[in-house]
Design a protein. Structure first.
Length: 325
């Protein structure tokens, strides 16, 4: 019975994906509106979720070890991709980029929060800090060289700290450390503002799921290399996640199974959806390969996450679609 309950929490997300794909088939929503929805998620609703999550939990020094290990693992995966690319006969220079990094912002938070609830979002956020740092400072720089040469480090650093997701996490930690949340909740006006932020955060999962379902693209030709890439990616990250959970999360840090679920959820996610943005318009073959890989990886993630939600059953049945209490 508990397995059915866990799977039922994934089902609303899957149905929202299907609804997004159906709306695309009907041409019910213009592509321009979808881009606006993505902008709304990344700049407003997801930062609202992260601010509230990190403002309500006290971070510990041991969490920094998780950030460092995840960052290092992403670097290793990128280097491994470069080493094995000639061996697997994949010509695209973007194969190493598809081996590392995760689409946490537009997918991870949505599916994890849907099953494990807003009270556990900070656990996923801690795992995300390591990989998002890698994506900004390493992966984006590598991809930028493919497209237009080098990029100044100062711009990369500024971009990192001015990203709404990072800002919301930092502000949430600051609010928690300074102890301002209880007074804010006690004063009616500021409490109303926080309630508004909670309501906005509740839009995150539905919007993300609709957008991903709408933008799902699969071209019938040329699926072999994307399937091979996804298989190699999972062959690296799933064992790495199990080992990380056993040695670090459980034995060394003695953290709960919610953290273990967050690690495996992160490690089965698709590569970052920003990768196609760095591909030149003239590189049609590389673009088709990357888009097919991302689309297939998204489908694989949904099935894999259903398994994770069964193996790591939520401690409470009160989890919801990122609606905060």
């Amino acid at each position: 019975m508990v397995y059915v309950e866990a799977l039922s929490k994934v089902l609303p997300v899957i149905l929202l994906f299907l609804l997004g794909a159906f709306l695309n088939k009907l041409h019910f929503i213009r592509s321009e509106a979808i881009q606006d929805m993505k902008k709304l998620v990344l700049n407003v609703t997801l930062p609202a979720v992260l601010f509230l999550a990190f403002s309500r939990v006290s971070l510990e020094a041991r969490h920094l070890l998780i950030v460092g290990i995840v960052f290092s693992a992403c670097v290793v995966a990128l280097l491994a991709g470069r080493l094995i690319r000639p061996l697997v006969h994949i010509e695209s220079p973007y194969f190493p980029a598809l081996m590392t990094g995760f689409e946490a912002g537009m997918m991870g938070y949505a599916i994890f929060g849907a099953v494990y609830g807003a009270e556990s979002i900070f656990k996923f956020g801690i795992i995300d800090l390591g990989q998002v740092t890698f994506v900004f400072f390493v992966l984006a720089s590598v991809l930028e060289r493919y497209r237009a040469g080098t990029k100044r480090f100062s711009k990369t650093l500024l971009g990192f700290f001015t990203t709404p997701v990072i800002l919301s996490i930092l502000l949430g930690i600051l609010a928690n450390r300074t102890g301002v949340m209880p007074p804010l909740n006690a004063w009616p006006v500021s409490a109303a503002v926080l309630k508004t932020v909670e309501m906005v955060s509740g839009l995150t999962t539905p919007l993300i799921a609709l957008v991903i379902g709408y933008e799902m693209r699969l071209e019938k030709s040329g699926l072999l290399k994307p399937l091979q890439s996804i298989g190699l990616r999972l062959l690296f990250w799933v064992p790495a996640g199990l080992l990380f959970n056993a040695l670090v999360i459980d034995r060394l840090l003695h953290l709960d199974r919610g953290f273990q679920a967050a690690v495996l959820t992160m490690f089965i996610l698709p590569p970052p959806f920003i990768i196609p943005l760095f591909i030149k318009e003239s590189d049609d073959q590389d673009r088709a390969y990357v888009v097919n890989t991302l689309s297939l990886a998204t489908l694989v993630t949904l099935f894999a996450f259903a398994i994770i939600s069964v193996l790591y059953t939520p401690a409470s049945s009160g989890a919801s679609l990122i609606h905060l209490p």
